[in-house]
Write a protein that binds this ligand. Structure first.
Ligand SMILES: O=C(COP(=O)(O)O)NO
Length: 249
């Protein structure tokens, strides 16, 4: 049975695109019949956010792919949540496994970023997920619980948080978690939320699955009771992203 939580599909463009290709994707999304019961959020490279914002339908949200933990100051190269808000981005993706693995962001820094982004009125897609080594060592639950704990030390109000469970071994590999594998971790996270936050937050919070989601596998994944949407990388740059948005139709 599908959940009553509003389906939420994020497109994480990562470091891809230019004005021409972004205009094409926005045109495709603007011209498509998007399921009104799906909340759509586009994670666009910061430099193109205003451009994409103005080309996308107002029903589609736009997100930064990262933001710093304070509003302004001497942090060369950084972008603040208040700047994202200022240019019409209502969301920010935080804690992506690429930020953790490549840019060495710690659980604690990511949690501080989430706390500040929420305080600035942004909605947060809070990413978690285990590596292949951690899964093969049977540590999946331990790892995602640790990552959730870190967020929970800083997040007081979960209303504007969506959690994205993205097993690192499925990101960019074509090795999508099976619906059963994904549901198993989503159910663990749902229980973790009930045990550590509240049953109300647990019932309301959307948990997206991310990791090689395509139009071909989205429907089966979307049928799982604790999968409330997706965070899509590669396929969000293609027209098939429309089919992923409409996976519950
Ligand atoms: O990192 C991802 C998933 O990327 P792919 O869909 O390309 O596996 N989402 O944030």
């Amino acid at each position: 049975k599908m959940s009553a939580r509003k389906f939420c599909v994020g497109g994480n463009w990562k470091m891809n695109g230019d004005q021409k290709s972004i205009a094409e994707i926005c045109k495709t999304l603007s011209g498509a019949a998007l399921d009104p019961n799906t909340e759509v959020v586009i994670g666009c490279p910061a430099i193109y956010l205003m451009y994409a914002r103005n080309l996308l339908p107002c029903t589609v949200g736009v997100a930064g792919q990262n933001a710093y933990k304070v509003a302004k100051g001497a942090f060369t190269g950084e972008i603040s949540p208040s700047m994202l808000k200022d240019i019409g981005a209502d969301w920010v993706i935080l804690g992506h496994s690429e930020r953790r693995a490549i840019f060495n962001e710690s659980d604690e820094l990511i949690a501080e970023k989430a706390e500040h982004a929420l305080a600035e009125g942004l909605k947060v897609i809070a990413c978690i997920g285990e590596t292949l080594d951690e899964r093969e060592a049977g540590k999946t639950n331990e790892v995602v619980a640790r990552q959730m704990c870190a967020y929970a030390k800083k997040v007081r109000d979960w209303t504007n948080v969506v959690v994205a469970y993205e097993p690192v071994w499925a990101i960019g590999t074509g090795k999508t978690a099976t619906p059963e594998q994904a549901q198993e971790v989503h159910a663990f996270l749902r229980q973790w939320l009930t045990d550590n936050i509240s049953k109300e937050v647990s019932a309301a919070l959307r948990i997206q699955y991310g990791g090689s989601v395509t139009a071909a596998n989205a429907k089966e994944l979307a049928k799982k009771p604790d999968i409330d949407g997706f965070l899509v990388g590669g396929a969000s740059l293609k027209p098939e992203f429309v089919d992923i948005i409409n996976a519950r139709q």
